[in-house]
Design a protein around this ligand. Structure first.
Ligand SMILES: [Zn+2]
Length: 282
């Protein structure tokens, strides 16, 4: 990739050894190259791989699979980011946690984590689960960014999240939402224009979607049009170590191949993400 001024990998999963191992094993079913990555690679080494490939900063997501794990995970995120200042750590919680509002307060006020991440498929909850509504309400008031997995329903063998996600937007229009993977496979790309116009606090995370929009593909032109119009609302990352290709540089290089011009390239490479997480890069 010709070098942008900075590069922020806006979507990574650097986690504990147990969860990294589970993640790599899972992605190996779809992306064979991950056989080359040792299952026991420590998070610090995974981070180094991304930095060597060109990442200056990494937005890191680590969510609990069971109720009761959130506090430990959020503390791990804080400690990992303290050791590695290039890591921008997001908190999470589980819909089954008892003290969700207290977890939010602790994550944002004490641990100073940047935002929240949820994965309705892997964490097995409905976006509009009644227990989650107060969570969105509180997060909306704090103004912190909230990344939610959307899309790839067939890959997960689950129902599309489109309707629930659109209801979430209409019920919490001030919530600063980042739609991971842009409902890819579950909604036509052309529908985003209208939705982005209607919800100014909505951002899209093009992680894993650009791999399907390489030059020469059916979706290239539509994706380029969307990026050309809304690059201030789109971020991009690798999903490392469970993304669509390995080594991670293959994914980083996609950005220049797909972005229609240098301005949108800089936006997706770092500017939009820096703005979103309030990272002061001039
Ligand atoms: Zn992910």
């Amino acid at each position: 990739m010709s070098k942008p001024k900075y590069f922020i990998d806006s979507h990574a999963h650097l986690m504990t050894p147990y969860r990294v191992k589970g993640g790599i094993k899972w992605i190996r079913r779809a992306v064979k190259e991950y056989e080359q990555l040792d299952l026991t690679t420590p998070a610090g080494e995974l981070l180094q791989h991304m930095k060597t490939a060109g990442a200056d900063y990494i937005i890191n997501y680590f969510y609990p699979l069971q109720p009761g794990e959130s506090r430990e995970i959020n503390r791990w995120q804080r400690e990992f980011a303290d050791r590695h200042p290039e890591v921008i750590p997001f908190a999470s919680l589980h819909p089954g946690d008892e003290d969700k509002e207290e977890i939010i307060r602790d994550s944002l006020e004490n641990l100073k984590l940047t935002g929240f991440k949820f994965h309705p498929y892997v964490q097995q909850f409905k976006i509009l689960d009644p227990g989650m509504l107060p969570v969105y309400q509180v997060l909306q008031e704090t103004g912190c960014p909230v990344n939610i997995h959307t899309g790839f329903s067939k890959f997960y063998g689950r129902e599309s999240l489109k309707d629930e996600f659109l209801s979430l937007l209409s019920r919490f229009p001030r919530l600063k939402i980042i739609a991971s993977h842009m409902l890819f496979g579950d909604m036509h790309l052309s529908e985003w224009d209208g939705i982005l116009e209607q919800y100014p606090n909505l951002f899209l995370d093009a992680t894993n979607t650009l791999s399907f929009c390489r030059p020469g593909s059916k979706l290239t032109e539509q994706m380029q049009k969307l990026i050309g119009n809304y690059s201030k609302r789109i971020v991009f990352g690798s999903d490392y170590p469970m993304g669509m290709a390995y080594p991670v540089k293959i994914l980083y290089d996609l950005l220049e191949q797909v972005c229609p011009d240098s301005d949108s390239f800089e936006d997706l490479a770092w500017r939009t993400a820096a703005d979103l997480v309030k990272l002061d890069l001039a």
